[in-house]
Write a protein that binds this ligand. Structure first.
Ligand code: HEM
Length: 552
């Protein structure tokens, strides 16, 4: 046990440590940092970051307001000597994170993501847009299961409980990620892995850049298990000759990593005997990379002694499953508030697929080009509610100068996607949910009015989300199928209440709508049959029991 004098010495040492850091890191050049709060000597804006927040104080909103206060789209914040630069405009984000990606493509103290460079390259390749079609059969199958799960809950008004919906959507997203990453298809296995992630998810969801001393420690307990368990299963399936083509097997093939029967039983760290050290290291990198796709990544303890506000950045949840869950839940939430948009989309779907009363088919990827309004609804959902509102921070690896301001090496750089996607000069009347904005313009045009939100919602430059094509196809199909088969209605005690586009959302690293009341009802008896049948004829309905693990 430490006695009192030793305990008192700790804060003193921390102050000395940070004083040295402050003196060493003070700009020694004529240029100043970008505008931002001045803060106090040594501790910088430490206390500002500790200020209690209300639910209206989403971190992206704090940065947006700071931008207005300092009349700048580029902000500088210093906390205990750590520099953060926030980019509040597409122009600044594109210039620094894309055109100068040689400087701004590292991650702040995120070992796993940084060391995973090679394997992330394969992930980009594996999930590239023209390769995603290979996954369409499984995406259709997972969507069938989602529709059946919805239809099983009740026959007329199918879902009204937020927990039910969340469980169904989580199961759907997890099944797609587990299949594409590890080749896992058995329901039982999926349930077990999802339960593991759920146990850690709460701490992930509360994290956001700029929050301080958040309760993230429970997450750390789960990380090795989260990484090792699905990987062991992948290796066992390869050894037994039952392995499916997925990111894991493709990466191992690419690096020509060999297996023997013994490999199937242990952790990669125990396998030095049968493989060369470089093989073992490479396999570890691929395993971590797969884990980044599934659960995110964490390296909090290594930088804890720095006691800096970057601590909250050190856990990132790129979690392919959680981000996709967010987009689908947001779709249901927003549609329940906009019956007029559902009617318009349904008219388009009925024109293309045949009227709902005689419905014989669900919308499919081949119909996408014929459904411009559904596409516009999808784009507007991504714009209005970007799933990762502040992106995932990048880090600079060299000193730089932007518009006359100095950005030192080692700065954490945050692209404020929410603010960029609500810039009124680019998206007029940004707080109104208006899919029509995407019917008027060429959707992919950058620097025009209403550019495609995909350009900003998935990050920037070399670190742009490699899973975006998978996420886009997966979520589009769910949206199109829900619109084609269901009416989504808001259940509200206060009918006059409009959506508050800020307060009705919980903003962690990933944004989610707060629990809401709604009903999902089949549009017709034909639509109900279609939901039960899904894309494949004669499949077994999903049991309600298996959803238990997916509840919040
Ligand atoms: C709607 C769904 C999704 C959204 C909104 C989203 C968003 C993002 C964002 C904003 C980033 C940070 C990019 C940057 O640093 O500039 C990111 C990174 C990443 N995402 Fe996604 N993502 C989604 C789905 C997925 C899926 C389905 C996968 C896996 C198949 C995935 C895998 C990753 C990985 C591995 C990274 C880290 C890339 C790196 O560090 O280089 N994401 N994502």
């Amino acid at each position: 046990m430490l006695n009192t004098p030793y305990l008192l010495a700790i804060p003193v040492l921390l102050v000395i440590y940070n004083l040295c850091g402050y003196l060493l890191r003070r700009p020694r050049q004529a240029l100043s940092y970008p505008p931002g709060p001045r803060g106090l000597p040594i501790i910088g804006s430490f206390f500002d970051m500790l200020t209690p927040r209300t639910e209206h104080d989403a971190q992206w909103a704090i940065y947006r307001d700071m931008g207005s206060m300092y009349h700048s789209d580029v902000l500088h914040i210093d906390v205990l000597g750590d520099h953060t630069v926030v980019l509040n405009s597409a122009k600044a984000a594109e210039e620094l994170l894309e055109r100068r990606s040689g400087i701004y493509s590292s991650r702040p103290t995120m070992r796993m993501a940084n060391e995973s460079g090679n394997a992330l390259h394969i992930m980009v390749e594996y999930f590239r847009s023209d390769a995603i079609a290979a996954h369409h059969p499984f995406i259709r199958q997972a969507t069938s299961r989602l529709l059946r799960s919805l239809s099983c809950i009740q026959s007329t008004t199918m879902v009204t409980q937020y927990d039910d919906l969340q469980a169904i959507v989580r199961q759907h997203a997890a099944s797609i990620i587990l299949y594409t990453t590890y080749g896992i298809t058995e329901q039982e296995d999926m349930d077990a892995f999802v339960e593991l992630v759920n146990n850690s998810a709460e701490s992930i969801l509360t994290l956001v850049h700029g929050t301080f001393l958040v309760d993230y420690f429970p997450l750390l307990r789960y990380v090795p298990e989260l990484l090792n368990k699905p990987w062991k299963q992948l290796r066992a399936s390869i050894s037994s000759g039952t392995g499916l083509s997925c990111f894991g097997t493709k990466s191992l093939q690419k690096f020509d990593l060999k297996f023997n029967a013994a490999d199937a039983t242990g952790d990669t760290s125990d396998l030095g005997m049968s493989k060369t050290d470089s093989d073992t290291k490479m396999e570890e990198v691929i395993k971590n990379c797969a884990g980044v796709a599934y659960i995110g990544e964490c390296r909090a303890l290594n930088s804890f002694p720095k006691f800096s506000f970057n601590i909250a950045l050190n856990i990132t949840c790129t979690a392919g499953s959680d981000t996709s869950v967010s987009l689908i839940l947001i779709s249901v939430f927003v549609l329940s508030h906009h019956p007029e948009i559902q009617v318009k989309a349904q008219e388009e779907l009925d024109r293309v697929l045949g009227s709902t009363a005689n419905a014989t088919q669900l919308p499919d990827f081949s119909d996408r080009g014929s459904l411009p309004y559904v596409e516009a609804v999808f784009r507007e959902l991504m714009r209005m509610y970007p799933g990762v509102p502040l992106g995932i921070p990048h880090c600079s690896v060299a000193d730089d100068v932007y518009e006359g301001y100095f950005i030192p090496k080692g700065t954490t750089v945050v692209g404020n996607a929410w603010t960029i996607l609500h810039d009124e000069n680019v998206y007029p009347d940004p707080l109104t949910f208006n899919p029509d904005r995407f019917l008027r313009t060429e959707p992919s045009a950058k620097h025009s009015l209403n550019p495609d939100p995909e350009l900003y919602a998935f990050g920037f430059g070399r670190r742009i989300c490699p899973g975006r094509h998978l996420a886009l196809d997966t979520s589009w199909l769910v949206l199109a199928c829900l619109l084609a088969t269901c009416n989504i209605t808001r259940i509200s005690s206060d009918k006059s209440k409009e959506i508050d586009p800020i307060a009705d959302f919980a903003y962690g690293l990933v944004a989610h709508p707060k629990p809401f009341k709604y009903s999902i009802t089949p549009r017709s008896a034909g639509a109900f049959e279609l939901m039960k049948r899904g894309y494949e004829v004669g499949s077994k309905p999903e049991s309600r029991l298996s959803l238990e693990r997916y509840r919040g």
